[in-house]
Design a binder for this molecule. Sequence first.
Ligand code: PGA
Length: 268
Amino acid sequence: MAVTQGKSGGRTPLIAGNWKMNLDHLQAIAFVQKLAWSLKDARFDFDDVEVAVFPPFTDLRSVQTLISADKLLLKFGAQDVSAHDSGAYTGEVSGAFLSALDCNYVIVGHSERRTLHLETDEQVGAKALAAIKHGLVPVICVGETADDLAEHGPSAVPVAQLTAALENVAEGADIVVAYEPVWAIGSGQAATPEQAEQVAAALRDVVRSRLGDEAGAKTRVLYGGSVKAANIASFMRQPNVDGALVGGASIQVEEFASICRYKAHVGT
Ligand code: PGA
């Protein structure tokens, strides 16, 4: 079966690399250079598939400078943002600062933040709003735990999380949604493409009902959780899956480049 070339609604696939707390700013420069060369060598078409990296905060200025100086077509973003604009919030980073660094995106509500920092749906929603306010596209992460899956099936928890996160988001807002089953993150056990499709379709319905038909059609819904070069094509074949949020494999340059080039290795 061929990989769907374009996605309906004119959605450009997005391959996003969440580096988590890996690679310092010097390693980030070397990595981004290698990634750009590798994709350029392979005549990668950045208009056809968008590629974004999400380094730690301390790397962002270096990554921005490199991308701008070398006119690279990679996009980039941060892994979190404060719900506040400025003030007495020690350790937090404002969306205004990320915007000043030309970030395109910011991840909000990653399961590691929900679990380790006890972030609630309400806080995730406030962060998404802050991102939008500062001209960043929030990548809103949702996903069920293994217990949720056993108790409620795959869609219920992610649908409830996204519904809550979008509560105060204005109709037509530009967002990305990432479905990441918690049990699939870093476990080597990805969801089946069928499950990813089922939940992605349900999440698209949430976007449609909260943000309008147009947003429902144009919003990219990503799958995340143990994505690698060997399984990416099976997810990208699904009509409602528009890309991937990649963790572990996103800091291995050849593996990540290969994921970005999923159209070239269908059937391998
Ligand atoms: P993984 O992580 O690809 O290592 O499973 C995905 C994520 O946490 O975004």
